[in-house]
Design a protein around this ligand. Sequence first.
Ligand SMILES: Nc1ncnc2c1ncn2[C@@H]1O[C@H](COP(=O)(O)OP(=O)(O)O)[C@@H](O)[C@H]1O
Ligand SMILES: [Mg+2]
Length: 242
Amino acid sequence: MIQVKRLTKHFKEIEALKDVSFNVPRGEVLGLLGENGAGKTTTLRILATMLKPTGGTAILNGNDILKNQQAVRKEIGILFGSETGLYDRLTARENITYYAGLNDMGKDKIKERIDYLVDILDMGEYIDRRTGKFSKGMKQKVAIARSIVHNPPIMLFDEPTAGLDITAVRTIHGFIGECREEGKTVVFSSHSMAEVEKLCERIAIIHKGVIVETGLIESLKTKYNKNLEDLFVELVGGSNEH
Ligand SMILES: Nc1ncnc2c1ncn2[C@@H]1O[C@H](COP(=O)(O)OP(=O)(O)O)[C@@H](O)[C@H]1O
Ligand SMILES: [Mg+2]
């Protein structure tokens, strides 16, 4: 269960988030839908305890992001599309092992879990090669493995498919689907309606730092008597330029 409570974030004079609130019930996938600059990454970075809010807070499985940062970090897996944050000079396995170590996993447990991840993500050919020269799709798989090596109950994905080719997009979509089947609580940001409709039942639409609508996709379609794209356009009113 994720409860986001009245988050605000100022970057000097820019108000990136204004009173952002939404809930994600345990075991559900919420799509945070918004155009460029809407505040998606800022929201997710705050939930991941990478950034402090100016006001408000969030509670993730009972842990407050302001008061129990360590506990929050143990419960979450993070996949941010823009930067995988891998160390180029380390092999894929070393990257994953390093991260698992930060999460207090023992050697045997790490090895067992990596064997499993190599298998499900089909990384056998390159798991012991340095990641520096990997394609974007290969790096993304290593980043996925690293994000779930400690098997967290909550996953945060920030535009995880941005800039990927279709095969890599399918891997990511499959992976999010598996998280959902395993009963993980997921927040996933995107500017693609098609992607959001495919992967989530619940959405929050963010526009210029404001949550303009939230609810089950099917309920919103009934409420507005429109398809997702048309109701999105109605709510965000065309341009999102500042
Ligand atoms: N570190 C930062 N410094 C100043 N402004 C920022 C910073 N990060 C984000 N912003 C601004 O906050 C707003 C929301 O950005 P962001 O959360 O990245 O949106 P999105 O991920 O939806 O594209 C934008 O106006 C952006 O320019
Ligand atoms: Mg972003």
